[in-house]
Design a protein around this ligand. Structure first.
Ligand SMILES: *[C@@H]1O[C@H](CO)[C@@H](O)[C@H](O)[C@H]1NC(C)=O
Ligand SMILES: *[C@@H]1O[C@H](CO)[C@@H](O)[C@H](O)[C@H]1NC(C)=O
Ligand SMILES: [Mn+2]
Length: 430
């Protein structure tokens, strides 16, 4: 704040009369502006600038500036050599110079990796943690639009940089041991869910088949998929299970998503039986998920009276209800999740509708009574120590995001917390 004020005052140019600033011809500096700076009570400005008798804003020469500030304050702009583009290419300018709009649109300005699914590169391209997009919303029962989620979430992370966590001393998810990249969006056909989910499964399996860097003590890369509707977890759990064995699912959602398709509207055909309300039922039925799964943030009403009991008997989920936060607090929730999951390999299946609707309006099935973003982020960050082998952040439907990309920004932040868990626990505890 101070810093930008400093620069803007400087733009008015020291040693130049305010009414004679040579910016594209002449400009009129109203005396009110001069008055404004005279009245400024910010010490920083008082120290370094003075307004002389002729109302000119001057740089006060009796103040000794440190070199770096003196450079910023100096009148001479040192232009780079015209052939020098070293500060302009993506991955440099955008990530390190703090220019959020620069470069390609990747998650959090991560390096773009174009060869993740290139069959020629499976053997030698090393990856540790991968973000990928799953643009798919034809498994949904209410409002569609989440096929546009991946790019919206990336846009919501424009402000990200390789920065340090304010809550965990020294944690920088970007600059750490792991090579983290964005592999782009997987092509998923909107015309046949069976094919689309298979496309995603093969992509995630391919990611897990890459080798890792030497810095990685674990055996396989790990991934975080940006959805897409929640059906995409089906592919992720399937791929993760192939490498890590049965995974324990930590499911953040307002809804069960373990619904037995026999009881779920529309219960029409075999094709319809796999959708964003049933994929967890199928994942357990297929033998990909363990017996210690857990929901967090539930509050959606049950279509069938037997849904909540089948949730346990058929899919082995324990339940943390949204309102539990008022009874046992955030720490109580963290403890319950950790106790349930222990040292298992965990797949985090995340639905943005776990948040209270005002915190995430851009989603398909809003449910009142959800967690605040502060509660949610504290819960996820509190899970450090879990061994997260795969994850997704789903159901971001940007067309419902009427104000300021709120939902995309939330999703981007949740993803950052989940990536933090991956960085903090690089391998399975024995
Ligand atoms: C990829 O991983 C799967 C599952 O672990 C394995 O069966 C398959 O052989 C791997 N494919 C390649 C090309 O490495
Ligand atoms: C689901 O579909 C089957 C087969 O058409 C039908 O027998 C059954 O009654 C349906 N279930 C419910 C709960 O409607
Ligand atoms: Mn869901």
């Amino acid at each position: 704040m101070l810093f930008s004020l400093f620069l803007s005052v400087h733009a008015l140019a020291a040693h130049v009369r305010l009414d004679q600033i040579p910016v594209q011809g002449s400009i009129d500096v109203p005396s009110a502006l001069v008055k404004k700076y005279e009245d400024t009570k910010i010490k920083f400005l008082e120290d370094y600038y003075k307004v002389d008798q002729e109302n000119a804003l001057v740089f006060s020469s009796d103040v000794q500036l440190p070199d770096d500030l003196a450079y910023i304050a100096s009148q001479q702009i040192k232009y780079r050599d015209p052939d020098d583009t070293s500060d302009l290419y993506p991955g440099k300018s955008d990530r390190y110079n703090g220019i959020s709009q620069a470069g390609y649109l990747t998650y959090g300005h991560l390096p773009m990796e174009q060869h993740c699914f290139d069959p020629e590169k499976l053997a030698d391209l090393e990856l540790d943690i991968v973000v990928l997009g799953a643009p798919f919303d034809t498994g949904i029962s209410y409002k569609p639009g989440s096929r546009f989620g991946p790019d919206a979430i990336r846009q919501g992370t424009r402000k990200f940089a390789p920065a340090y966590s304010p809550y965990r001393e020294g944690l920088n998810v970007w600059n750490n041991w792991a090579k983290i990249v964005d592999c782009g969006n997987v092509p998923m056909t909107p015309l046949d869910n069976r094919v689309a989910l298979d496309q995603l499964y093969r992509s995630e399996r391919a990611i897990l088949n890459h080798s890792t860097t030497k810095a990685n003590p674990g055996k396989y890369p790990r991934f975080l998929a940006l959805g897409g509707d929640h059906t995409i977890s089906y592919s992720g759990i399937r791929a993760a299970h192939e490498k890590f064995g049965k995974v324990s699912v930590l499911h953040f959602d307002a809804h069960l998503d373990t619904v037995n398709p026999y009881y779920m509207n529309p219960n029409v055909t075999e094709y319809a039986a796999l959708n964003h309300g049933t994929y967890l039922y199928w994942a357990h039925r297929k033998g990909w998920t363990a017996d210690n799964n857990i929901h967090a943030g539930l509050r959606g009403w049950y279509e069938d009276r037997g849904d909540p009991s089948r949730d346990y008997s058929e899919s082995k989920f324990a339940k943390i209800m949204a309102r539990d936060v008022d009874k046992i607090g955030v720490q109580g929730i963290i403890d319950k999740i950790k106790e349930r999951l222990g040292n298992s390999p965990v797949y985090i299946s995340f639905d943005i509708d776990v948040l209270d609707p005002p915190s995430a309006p851009g989603t398909g099935s809003l449910e009142p009574g959800g967690w605040s973003s502060r509660e949610l982020l504290e819960i996820i960050d509190g899970l450090a120590g879990l061994y997260v082998v795969g994850a997704d952040v789903t159901e971001v439907s940007p067309w419902g995001d009427s104000t300021n990309d709120v939902t995309s920004i939330m999703a981007g932040e949740v993803a950052r917390s989940i990536l933090g868990l991956m960085v903090l626990t690089p391998e399975l505890k024995e």
